[in-house]
Design a protein around this ligand. Structure first.
Ligand code: NAD
Length: 508
């Protein structure tokens, strides 16, 4: 293992017993299959742990536990105050173990320590946010006219299967668990088989908080063996999924058995539109951040940079200078600004897109895997820019999910909107301009779930997150995210108890 700054606690923890187990019904359990998945450090490709690989039988045990826990009502009918207090304790505990989570995330995902710290703080904030808003959750009474009284209440949906990707492992776990638990559901979390480690540590911490058995369950394993049985089960009432669009489509197909609720947070190919009147330095800074933070492994990455023609040439020159300064390295190393890609498969995919790009456009910088001192065995790649890209080119249409930027020139506002909307995805977009009305017009015209004006990648817990078109169904975060974990029930009562006499009278 690359041992740059990995604490002795983490080294011991990686060899501990829970790593190989699943958390089912309040206990750490061996997988029935006894199979293991090798987990690697992306900076070295060395195996750092072997985690349990759940089979269908294990997943069914977790579903059974979650079903019983939900039906018992101990958690699902507990007071909002009780649930809120638990979520605050989760936040306190993560905060108390912040450095551990940061190290584990960097070791498993490859992102820099600074990026991991941002994620862990985001997870803490998510638990605190849902702890706060569940206290104030209310129903409604409708003014329907006598003799009827109608009230609307919200109830938890039931057993929730939550399937998450590898790019923000702990943060995605928090985005799923916090609102679901706040609403009173029971959960089965299925982390990515590539990055299961922070979820395991999170469940060790949750275990100390004495939740009723079965309320939270953790099944590590592959999409086919651990994910699909969750999706197909008629005992699961909701699937909340974050991941690739193709997987999302499969999940919709496999979930039809009991018409369970499905929410999907999927891929993107977000446009970042720079108008000539924008604050130049700010736009330049955000343009590099938008694509190269988290090594470009971000669903809402600003991977299509649209630049107005009058500043195009200079902007591209300055962008290349700024990009060449980005320090790529092991996430643990002081001074590293961009870590490796998550695994060899992702590296291969990104390199294949770079080869496609070379046929389709002009490679302006980067494009190479980084090898040599400090990079020997890891999945390091240079931040890469293609310029003069045709908006219909594959590298401008398909999600690469790596540090590869496509730059597209445009002349007019209308043309920028047309290019930005010409995508099967609709997750997010950035707009840089000094003209407030123009910003508002473009923001309104874009078919995306989130727009950022003169900023990029600000994920506010208080607001809805999710996509139009093939970027997903439903919303996370904010009160919108809570609603996704609640059923709505209308309860109609009458002030006059009387028969309808519908069938006892002659037809008039
Ligand atoms: P992925 O779709 O390969 O895997 C995501 C999860 O689904 C993993 O846990 C995987 O094991 C599981 N899975 C795979 N096949 C399955 C199946 N048949 N049934 C059930 N579960 C299955 O995605 P990934 O490569 O881990 O993550 C990258 C993708 O996630 C990108 O497309 C990215 O845009 C997207 N993403 C979206 C958001 C968002 O908020 N919209 C956030 C993060 C990542």
């Amino acid at each position: 293992m690359d041992e740059i700054n990995v604490s002795s606690f983490i080294k011991k923890w990686l060899a501990s017993k829970n790593i190989e187990k699943l958390y089912i019904n309040g206990r750490w359990e061996e997988t029935k299959s006894k199979k293991r998945i090798k987990v690697k450090n992306p900076a070295t490709n060395e195996v750092i742990a072997e985690v349990g690989s759940a089979s269908k039988v294990d997943v069914e045990a977790a579903i059974y536990a979650a079903r019983n826990a939900f039906d018992s009502g101990e958690w699902s009918k507990s007071s909002a105050y009780e649930r809120s207090s638990l979520l605050n304790k989760v936040a306190d505990k993560i905060e108390a173990h912040l450095n551990e989570f940061v190290e584990i995330e960097t070791l498993n995902n490859g992102k820099t320590l600074k990026e991991s710290k941002g994620d862990v703080e985001g997870a803490v904030a998510t638990f605190r946010y849902y702890a706060a808003i569940i206290i104030g959750a209310t129903g409604e009474t409708l003014q329907v006219g006598e003799p009827f009284v109608s009230k609307v209440v919200r109830e938890p949906i039931g057993v929730c299967g939550q399937i998450i990707p590898w790019n923000y492992p702990l943060l995605m776990a928090a985005w799923k668990l916090a609102p679901a638990l706040a609403a009173g559901n029971t959960c089965i979390l299925k982390p990515s088989e590539v990055t299961p480690l922070t979820s395991i540590r999170l469940f060790e911490i949750l275990e100390t908080l004495s939740l009723p058995p079965g309320v939270i369950n953790l099944v590590n394993g592959t999409g086919n063996n651990a994910g699909q049985p969750l999706v197909e089960s008629n005992e699961v009432d909701k699937i909340a999924f974050t991941g690739g669009t193709e997987t999302g489509k499969k999940i919709m197909q496999h979930s039809v058995g009991n018409l369970k609720k499905v929410s999907l947070e999927l891929g993107g190919k977000s446009a970042n539109v720079i108008f000539a009147d924008a604050d130049y330095e700010t736009a330049l800074d955000h343009a590099t951040f938008a694509i190269f933070n988290n090594s470009g492994e971000v669903c809402s990455a600003g991977s299509r940079l649209l630049v107005q023609k009058s500043i195009y040439e200079q902007f591209v020159k300055d962008l290349i200078v700024a990009t060449k300064k980005i320090k790529v390295g092991n996430g643990f190393k002081q001074g590293s600004q961009m870590g490796p890609l998550v695994n060899e498969q992702q590296l291969k995919k990104v390199k294949a897109y770079i080869d496609i790009g070379k046929q389709e456009a002009t490679l302006a910088c980067g494009g190479n895997q980084l090898i040599g001192e400090g990079y020997e065995k890891g999945n390091f790649i240079e931040p890469t820019i293609f310029i003069d890209v045709d908006p219909r080119a594959r590298i401008a249409q398909e999600e690469i999910f790596g540090p590869v930027l496509t730059v597209i020139p445009f002349e007019t506002e209308a043309e920028a909107i047309k290019i930005a909307n010409d995508s099967p995805y609709g997750l997010a977009a950035g707009i840089f301009t000094d003209d407030g009305s123009k910003a508002e017009r473009v923001s309104t015209a874009l078919r995306v779930g989130v727009t950022w004006i003169n900023t990029y990648e600000q994920n506010l817990i208080e607001g809805p997150w999710g996509g139009y078109k093939e970027s997903g169904i439903g919303r996370e975060l904010g009160t919108y995210g809570l609603e996704e974990y609640m059923e709505v029930k209308q309860m109609i009562n009458t002030l006059k108890v009387e028969p309808t006499n519908w069938f006892t009278h002659e037809n008039e």
